[in-house]
Ligand binder design. Structure first.
Ligand SMILES: *Cc1c(COP(=O)(O)O)cnc(C)c1O
Length: 345
């Protein structure tokens, strides 16, 4: 599959901005090339535009070569870069499933690239053929969110493979929640599919939403074009340092992850005992989607008690559904208390 055929023509012929650090990235004693302030304060120098140290550590953790990694100012930036590299505004289109992550339609609007939504079935399962059926020659991207937000479930590998095998466009698998799932990442399939892009983030299981560090894993051809259009210094120095520190403290990551997964199990059991929870959907993520009689009523009741959950009622298949993020044991206890109190009213 020739990726360059999918790239927008103006991007293919682009001469990328060449920063001072692009032209000289070796070690020297005197740096007078970037109009920086010479007085050291920890942050007076521009950050590494390619975040080499962070990528080297990620490469060890993920088993992916640094050439196959791109970092963004959150995975939201990565998703936007993918739109801008491959989709001609006003001509091309992209496909996703419904319900799914709310940023895909927003990015579609911003980039003027129509998003064709294909409904999941009532068990939130993916129908690959239905996605293929709505595609045409102008389809550039397929967005698959697995585990899916807001439903929480993994989408079937065999279905996703049908879309990859079609080789019609790029397949972006958004794995923001993959660390919570008891399954392998799609990263192990990168070598088999030149049209596969896997997006992950430090915002969820790594607990670093405030840093804004998103990860993109793909073939060198794809990473190269995304590098060419990204803002040169898109991940700032503070974020790079803090990301590297966290990635070097993998034990903390693992112990926090275990607490969240244990808590999720407890919450699932406790929710199943509550009469006002009409349905609890299975979750491979760090949140649980539940259906209640009156989502707005429970939402408002909890809010008065200073507990905020997410009302997803307006989403397809999510009528009267609330999305509950797993918090600390104390926060989860308060949520359960709140719901029990609501039960009694
Ligand atoms: C939270 C989330 C992200 C993370 O976005 P960042 O910009 O990296 O914080 C990406 N995709 C999905 C589906 C999410 O729910």
């Amino acid at each position: 599959m020739d990726i360059s055929k999918l790239i927008r023509k103006n991007i293919l012929s682009l001469t990328p901005y060449s920063s001072a650090r692009d032209e000289f990235d070796h070690v020297a004693e005197v740096y007078l090339d970037a109009n920086e302030n010479p007085f050291e304060n920890g942050y007076n120098r521009y950050p590494d535009p390619y975040q080499k140290k962070v990528k080297e550590r990620l490469s060890e953790i993920k088993g992916v070569a640094t050439e196959n990694i791109l970092l963004g100012n959150g995975s939201d930036e990565v998703l936007d870069l993918i739109y801008r590299a491959f989709c001609e505004p006003g001509g091309d289109n992209v496909i996703s499933h419904n319900p799914s992550y709310g940023m895909y339609p927003v990015l579609s609007e911003i980039n003027n690239v129509p998003l064709r939504k294909v409904n999941l079935d009532e068990g939130f399962r993916l129908n690959a053929q239905a996605m293929i059926d709505v595609s045409d020659d102008q389809t550039k991207l397929f967005f698959i969110c697995s585990p899916n937000n807001p439903s929480g479930n993994l989408l079937a590998k065999e279905e996703i493979k049908k879309i990859l095998d079609l080789q019609k466009g790029l397949v972006i698998i958004d794995e923001a929640y993959i660390d919570f799932a008891a399954t392998d990442s799609w990263l192990s399939e990168l070598a088999n599919y030149p049209n596969l892009i896997v997006c992950q983030t430090l915002s969820k299981a790594w607990g670093l939403a405030g840093l804004r560090v998103g990860m993109c894993f793909a073939s060198e051809a794809i990473i190269k074009v995304l590098n060419a259009i990204k803002p040169p210094y898109n991940v700032n120095e503070l974020s790079q340092q803090a990301a590297l520190k966290a990635l070097n403290e993998e034990e903390d990551f693992k112990s926090n992850l275990k607490i969240i997964l244990d808590e999720k199990l407890k919450m699932e059991q406790a929710l199943d005992e509550l009469p006002c929870i009409l349905k609890r959907f299975p979750s491979d993520a760090n949140f649980i989607l539940v259906r209640v009689e009156d989502a707005k009523g429970l939402y408002d009741f909890l809010m008065e008690r200073q507990i905020i959950v997410r009302n997803r009622s307006k989403e397809y298949l999510c009528e009267n559904c609330l999305r509950l993020t797993i918090g600390t044991p104390e926060e989860n206890r308060r949520l359960l208390e709140g719901i029990k109190e609501y039960n009694r009213t």
